[in-house]
Write a protein that binds this ligand. Structure first.
Ligand code: GRF
Length: 189
């Protein structure tokens, strides 16, 4: 079995889509949800699906607790799904090409510092973009800078609010992230 850990800080709708997709998978299993936030919705979703979850705060992460949990649970791939903290260098170095992230825009546009959550969609609307989309990429030491694996765009209309853009993009995320993870694990990228 190839073991996945999902790191998430918020609602966890992507985490849930991934858990569902791999539920009866022959070779890939979501074995662990890690969150920095003890109030994160993702923890309830993990419980509903009987997936082990652990909260690791920033201080513990600095002390190597996150790294140890990944090792102790025999994790092969780390999936970031709305994880708001920087992944420590120690982890990035120990999992080369084995950490994926999803970003709710068409990188390199609308990426980098401050570009997370609704900020992204607000910026997209403000810039009067004709389209937005999602990007799945490998994680390097810098925010949103790892090699791009997959992108899909969606058209926007002039009247779309940031909330509407978020909804359109999230739909694409749920559709693509599990499938692209499977492809990466199977060596297709
Ligand atoms: C997604 O839009 C993802 O691209 C971004 O954070 C959001 C997480 O949503 N990084 P959810 O917690 O998976 O519902």
């Amino acid at each position: 079995m190839i073991n996945l850990a999902i790191l998430a800080s918020g609602s966890g709708s992507n985490a849930e889509a991934i858990i569902r997709y791999f539920k009866d998978h022959e070779t890939i299993k979501v074995v662990l949800i890690l969150s920095n936030n003890s109030n994160a919705g993702v923890l309830n979703r993990a419980k509903e699906h009987n997936v082990k979850s652990i909260v690791v705060n920033s201080e513990q992460t600095k002390q190597g607790v996150l790294f140890n949990e990944l090792k102790n649970n025999h994790i092969d791939y780390i999936i970031l799904a709305g994880y708001m903290k920087l992944v420590p260098k120690q982890i990035i170095e120990a999992f080369p090409k084995r950490i994926l992230n999803i970003h709710p825009a068409l990188l390199p546009k609308f990426g980098g510092k401050g570009m997370y959550g609704m900020n992204v969609h607000q910026a997209v609307v403000q810039a009067q973009e004709k389209e937005s989309g999602m990007t799945i990429h490998y994680v390097s030491e810098h925010y949103d800078e790892g090699a791009i694996i997959f992108q899909e765009a969606v058209s926007l209309s002039d009247s779309d609010t940031p909330e509407e853009v978020a909804k359109k993009v999230l739909k694409l995320e749920h559709k693509n992230y599990p499938r692209v993870i499977e492809e990466v694990v199977n060596g297709k990228h």
